[in-house]
Design a protein. Structure first.
Length: 388
């Protein structure tokens, strides 16, 4: 069927003059079929011809443009409609009308398709898509995206609140840690002086107290250092370059070589993928996990640590498994909390910050980390990271 213009905006235009090959009844049937079809669309739809005259529009589009039935139904041209609706629909004040109209018309005349989001005077947001037809006309589609915009605004507010609270937490941790270091240094200095100059005047109980005090100070220093380390993860910008995990693993294994030898551990890793991220932070992640696997080994057997990987749909899932002391399955989530420790510090040194740091690092890389454990059998840590 040939579509000519201008025609009534609510229907397909009449047959071309002189072309009587299709009966009027058939034309009317098709016209009403087409109108029913576009009226069923959930978005506002209008088709304009090459002269920018409206050929057909649906009921939804009509309801969005409350201005004058005559204007909508007489095959009005776009410029007329835009001028008519500028204030009532788009909220454009009189003083800006000409500029706004010129810009809109220039868009329409360009061969480019156009999509933009616009808040209208009814308080709703619409995504307005204008697509050029082959004959140089325009298909206009207005989709109500008010809910989507509200969702985006909520997500933005939430992200901003989160980043404010993270920044406040980071400042607090940094300030508290630095302020704690000074009195701690004094405790360590005076404890050292007592040990040096007054050890002979202290009885056994006094010496025990002194030694416990020194141990507590050492532990506090470690806590402060780890806390600073944890808060620095937030402060550091995460690089997003490609990182070959084979190199990262080799570096970490080199750093922990002595610990592995001392524990007589058998440590193996399969070939690892390249991921997108920060080599320094990923090294901290591997170092925390590998040193835990060595630390929480079972004295009754030789430690075995295996790093394996599966890659699927752009995600690498690394699994670091050990045959150590393990933990109760219901603790699998709590161990990622800061300062959470399941095993006594007399037996296993630590501050409970390592796994919390691991989680922050992985999350900042857009990944996830989880654990599985079985008391007396071992633990498995699964890290999922986006690959390159
Ligand atoms: P830390 O080792 O300094 O205590 P982490 O945050 O690294 O702190 O670990 C938290 C707790 O999780 C540890 O105290 C330990 O109880 C448990 N855990 C971590 N890794 C393992 C592991 N490989 N096997 C058994 N338990 C582990």
């Amino acid at each position: 069927m040939e579509v000519s213009s201008p025609g009534p905006a609510h229907a397909v235009p009449d047959q071309a003059e002189g072309d009587r090959s299709v009966p009027d009844t058939e034309i009317n049937r098709l016209r009403s079929l087409l109108q029913d079809g576009v009226d069923a669309l959930p978005s506002g739809f209008a088709l304009f011809d090459a002269d920018d005259r409206c050929v057909i529009m649906n009921a939804r589009f009509r309801s969005m443009l409350p201005g004058g039935a005559a204007l909508l139904e007489a095959g009005a041209c776009f410029a007329q409609m835009a001028r008519h609706n500028a204030l009532s629909v788009f909220g454009i004040p009189e003083a800006e009308l000409d500029d706004w109209l010129a810009r809109r018309i220039a868009y329409r005349e360009s061969p480019e398709n156009d999509t933009f989001d616009q808040k209208l005077t009814d308080g709703c947001w619409y995504r307005i898509q204008e697509q050029r037809t082959r004959e140089g006309g325009t298909v206009t589609n207005w989709t109500d995206i008010t809910d989507l915009k509200a969702e985006q605004a909520r997500a933005t507010d939430y992200a901003e609140a989160l980043s404010r609270s993270n920044a406040a937490l980071k400042d607090f941790a940094q300030a508290a840690s630095h302020d704690l270091k000074e009195p701690l240094r004094k405790i360590e200095t005076f404890a050292g002086r007592i040990e040096k100059g007054y050890a002979q005047v202290l009885d056994e109980k006094g010496l025990t107290y002194l030694s416990r005090m020194t141990d507590a100070a050492t532990r506090m220093r470690r806590l402060i250092t780890d806390l600073l380390d944890y808060s620095s993860i937030e402060a550091e910008a995460v690089a997003h370059g490609p990182v070959d995990l084979n190199d990262v693993w080799a570096d970490v294994a080199g750093t922990l070589d002595m610990a592995m030898r001392e524990a007589q551990a058998r440590v193996t890793a399969c070939p690892l993928p390249v991921v997108r991220g920060d080599a320094g932070q990923l090294a901290r992640l591997f170092q925390n996990l590998l040193s835990n696997a060595l630390k929480y080994s079972d004295p009754a057997r030789r430690p075995e640590v295996t790093l394996s990987v599966t890659v699927e749909s752009g995600l690498a899932t690394l699994c670091l498994a050990d045959n150590g002391i393990g933990f109760e399955p219901e603790q699998a989530e709590t161990i990622f909390g800061i300062f959470t420790r399941l095993h006594g510090r007399r037996k296993y040194e630590g501050t409970g910050v390592g796994l919390a740091s691991c989680r922050r690092i992985v999350e900042r890389h857009g990944g996830t980390i989880r654990a599985e454990g079985e008391p007396g059998a071992g633990s498995r840590f699964f890290v999922t990271l986006p690959t390159v």
